[in-house]
Design a protein around this ligand. Structure first.
Ligand SMILES: Cc1cc2nc3c(=O)[nH]c(=O)nc-3n(C[C@H](O)[C@H](O)[C@H](O)COP(=O)(O)O)c2cc1C
Ligand code: SF4
Length: 540
């Protein structure tokens, strides 16, 4: 009888101990939020490859991000081995749309960045706001930056982790349209987004207020301003944050009443055509001195043609254009918009780039790409097509703990990333996840640099569209120039910008801005962040 008692008591004790450990540890949000039960997820993850090989999905079948893609982000974020063994599992022989980069056997730039975990500093090839002479023009330190995702759609802790991580990796952190919250103020430089509801820069009647914007830019580390026209996952739609999610903190941050549905209209009230939009851009740039750009999905090309024509006299203009692909992410969108409205990145971007390039404006505008570009192969194509920066959204979320449960729209995110539920949020440790975000950004930069060097150039912006081929089974392969109708010279920065960025990259290789630590290759050989102060930031 006595021994019969012992087993359940011991089991309950063991479970209690596991639960206590799970609640107290800080490494895994899922265990803090779901003590004991959460271990099942790790078990399934561990034996997943073996299970899937026989019964479930392949490495490339899950969407939006395949298992391979997520594994690469997670491993990079944890500085674990992100290599692949045994060879590609992509169907290069029979598949369609596989992208192949042309390496060079002999080339100008010799590969120097090849080690796992090696730090790579990778500043932009263009000076943001330089061509239009903005007072606070600057060269972004990192070609990889975090795309705008608002506080409201993301939890405060996720925003904090991203901001801290951005500071560590020297990249820019987009605020999204939900204004600047205290969670954005942990050292990372910001790209402030002006959305249609003007959160963070609106007067008491909800109208845009230039003095409030100027005041915000003085009190927060805002380096650039992005006027949001539309988002790839839901172009032409406004947004709703349900009243239940409008906490006091969100209400204060956005300047709206607490507990009441928070609406963003589908269009701006401050301008209604290209002409008035350019006036608005110039007004904002004059008042703040900051580079000002637009973010948009791509559908009807009439808008882009008109914009490029209006900028041709070079009297008014946007400093940057962020093209968001239809495959891009959102906190919540109707399915038909997510699935069927706006072009995917490569098609949309190449059409927009062509409108500027035909008029000789492509060298003056900084092009930002978004839409699953936080993966090295996709990002390489973006740079070859003429992107100067990539903005990563969901990949940054993966780095801070997202497991692609796709419940962002319900508020019940199990990892505390996309929720305002205090219990779910408390599992996310911002300090730990900040490290992960920084590791991920650095690793992506390093891989991009490795691919550039394989192509014989010093920087990914110098990979030209003739160096990338799109395969259609074994029967056909076409260069990006052919697929997207690019003319000679398109896709590259100006000769002057090329000289400057090559000079900068040589400084990197001379060891002036890079350091490494020793370690086993499969875990890490990493260097510290190479962030510079405002004073010595290299604006050439
Ligand atoms: C949760 C979430 C919230 C977002 N919020 C905004 C936003 O406030 N403003 C915006 O312009 N884009 C927003 N986006 C879109 C991203 O900034 C980005 O453009 C898009 O997800 C494509 O990048 P990705 O494929 O790397 O995620 C959001 C995306 C997600 C997933
Ligand atoms: S874990 Fe799921 S609900 Fe949470 S952010 Fe990721 S996809 Fe959204």
């Amino acid at each position: 009888m006595r021994t019969l008692w012992k087993a359940p008591v011991a089991a309950a004790g063991a479970l209690g101990a596991v639960a206590a450990h799970d609640l107290l540890q800080r490494r895994h949000a899922i265990l803090r939020n779901y003590p004991v039960l959460g271990h099942a997820r790790f078990l399934v993850e561990k034996i997943g490859p073996e299970l899937r090989q026989y019964v479930v999905a392949g490495n490339d079948e899950e969407r939006p991000f395949t298992r391979d893609q997520r594994r690469w982000v997670y491993a990079s974020a944890k500085l674990e081995n992100n290599y692949t063994g045994f060879g590609t599992d992509n169907d290069l022989e029979h598949g369609s749309g596989n992208v192949v980069v042309h390496h060079r056997t002999f080339a100008r730039a010799a590969p120097t960045h090849g080690t796992v975990g090696q730090e790579a500093r990778l500043p932009a090839a263009k000076v943001l706001g330089g061509p239009r002479g903005r007072r606070h023009a600057f060269r972004p330190e990192s070609v990889v930056n975090v795309s705008g995702m608002s506080f409201g759609s993301l939890s405060g802790r996720a925003v904090e982790a991203i901001n801290r991580g951005s500071a560590m990796a020297g990249c820019l952190h987009g605020t999204g349209e939900g204004a600047v919250s205290p969670h954005h103020l942990h050292g990372g430089d910001l790209v402030f987004q002006i959305g249609t509801a003007y959160f963070g820069c609106r007067d008491d009647d909800g109208r845009f207020s230039l003095p409030r914007l100027v005041e915000l830019c003085e009190r927060a580390p805002v380096r650039a301003i992005e006027v949001k026209l539309s988002q790839g996952a839901k172009p032409g739609l406004g947004g709703v944050l349900p009243g239940a999610k409008v906490s006091r903190e969100i209400a204060e941050t956005r300047g709206v009443p607490e507990g009441v549905d928070c609406l963003s209209p589908p269009r701006h009230a401050e301008f209604d055509d290209v002409d008035s939009m350019l006036d608005f851009v110039e007004r904002v740039a004059d008042a703040t001195g900051l580079p000002v750009g637009i973010k948009s999905a791509v559908g009807d090309m009439g808008f882009w043609r008109e914009l490029a024509e209006a900028m041709e006299p070079r009297e008014r203009g946007v400093d940057f254009v962020s093209v968001d692909g239809g495959e891009g992410g959102t906190g919540a969108a109707p399915m038909v918009f997510a699935d069927s409205v706006s072009l995917p990145f490569r098609l949309g971007f190449s059409r927009v780039y062509a409108e500027f390039a035909r008029r000789g404006l492509h060298e003056d505008v900084t092009f930002v790409g978004a839409g699953k570009l936080g993966l090295p192969d996709n990002a390489v194509v973006a740079f070859a097509l003429g992107a100067d920066l990539v903005a990563v959204g969901r990949e940054a979320m993966l780095a801070v703990g997202c497991i692609q449960a796709q419940k962002c729209h319900t508020g019940a995110c199990p990892t505390g990333v996309a929720t305002q539920n205090p219990w779910l949020e408390h599992g996310l440790d911002p300090a730990l996840k900040a490290d992960r975000l920084a590791n991920y950004v650095r690793t992506l930069r390093r891989d991009l640099l490795k691919v550039a060097e394989t192509c014989g150039v010093e920087h990914p912006a110098l990979i030209d569209p003739e160096s990338v081929e799109v395969l259609d089974t074994l029967a056909d392969g076409r260069l990006l120039t052919e697929v997207y109708g690019y003319e000679p010279g398109w896709g590259r920065p100006s000769a002057r910008d090329v000289d400057q960025v090559v000079a900068l990259m040589r400084q990197v290789d001379d060891g002036e801005v890079e350091a490494r630590t020793e370690g086993p290759p499969e875990t890490a050989e990493r260097g510290p962040a190479t962030r510079e102060t405002d004073d010595d930031r290299p604006v050439l």
